[in-house]
Design a protein around this ligand. Structure first.
Ligand code: BTN
Length: 330
């Protein structure tokens, strides 16, 4: 792990001590610097929206933190969790996927993740626009996986159930995955995933995994075209989600899930998690693939991650890709 910035160490020390206080002398000792230098770093944190209570002759307590993504705070949470990987936090970017692809092309070492407060050209599947105002989470993880391309078909599904599991534990709620890349609450979309791989002959050169997650509704409410279809975790649970704590936990979970995937050590857990979070099994669905439409009952997935669909007539069919609509229960 790289050497932490003094701001991260101050935050981590104060977070570790909560609800207690930490003396200026203890912070100075932890950082190996003078109390004046510590105070200057605390000033920098105040400028970013942190608030400290100074208790006479006792020390400091963290009493306020910024509402938007903050690199020092994410780093502090991640250090407490000993999370691997490198995190870059940007204020604004066209698309975190595009930024990650550019950095991979530049030869940046992997793994890393780009988090952005907002995107100006957020992209979804099929070239759709991903609504990317500030307040929600836009993240892209970048890897150079040394695995056979054929195995990558389950990658997004494996990541999806890991993220559902994280949301379930972190927010005490129960999201589901709609094959292949949506995260839903009660039929409304709270998140979407976009995995893009670049190939060299028959091997994967590099891969980005993008996730957009709605933590809160946009300030002015959802745009009309999304109002019926979108939901945020905060709206569903009626609890605000701390974006920094959540982002730190997300990075830890995704990097760990990636490692299990690369090590090939995930099949049993994947089957369990898929059964827990699969929203389609047993439901009547319609799948659109190119200009073909198939309606039937969803029967889970096979070992390669293909969707199994039993039409009214004929045997179960497998689909590697496509867009699913869930039919309303009668
Ligand atoms: C979809 O549901 O169609 C996938 C949406 C993926 C959106 C995320 S937001 C972070 C990353 N950057 C992008 O431009 N897209 C993905």
């Amino acid at each position: 792990m790289k050497t932490p910035k003094p701001e991260s160490v101050i935050l981590q020390t104060l977070l570790d001590a909560e609800p207690g206080v930490v003396s200026g002398a203890a912070l100075a000792k932890e950082l190996g610097m003078s109390r004046v230098a510590v105070w200057q770093h605390m000033e920098k944190l105040r400028e970013q929206g942190f608030q400290f209570e100074a208790l006479h002759a006792k020390g400091y307590r963290l009493v306020g933190r910024p509402a938007t993504l903050n690199p020092a705070l994410i780093d502090a949470y991640r250090r407490a969790d000993r999370a691997p990987g490198v995190v870059h936090v940007l204020d604004e970017v066209d698309s975190t996927n595009d930024e990650a692809l550019r950095r991979l092309s530049n030869g940046d070492p992997t793994p890393f993740v780009i988090l952005a407060r907002r995107q100006t050209k957020g992209r979804g599947r099929f070239g759709r626009v991903w609504h990317s105002e500030s307040g929600n989470l836009y993240a892209t993880f970048a890897f150079r996986p040394e695995v056979e391309p054929a195995r990558m078909q389950t990658f997004t599904l494996w990541m999806g159930v890991n993220i559902c599991e994280l949301i379930a534990k972190f927010c005490r709620t129960d999201p589901g995955v709609k094959w292949p890349n949506d995260i839903l609450f009660e039929g409304r979309k709270a998140g979407g995933m976009l995995t893009e791989a670049r190939m060299d002959a028959d091997r994967i050169r590099d891969l980005v995994f993008g996730i957009g997650l709605n933590l809160t509704p946009p300030d002015g409410g959802w745009p009309a075209e999304l109002a019926e279809r979108a939901i945020s975790i905060g709206e569903y649970t009626r609890q605000p989600v701390d974006p920094n704590r959540f982002a730190a936990a997300l990075t830890g979970r995704v990097f760990a899930a990636y490692q299990k995937f690369v090590d090939g050590d995930y099949a049993d857990e994947f089957a369990d998690l898929w059964n827990r979070h699969d929203l389609l099994r047993g439901r009547n669905i319609t799948l659109l693939q190119g200009n073909r439409t198939v309606t039937g009952v969803a029967k889970g997935i096979d070992d390669e991650g293909s969707l199994l669909l039993k039409p009214a007539e004929g045997p179960v069919e497998r689909f590697r890709a496509g867009e699913v609509t869930i039919e309303k229960k009668k």
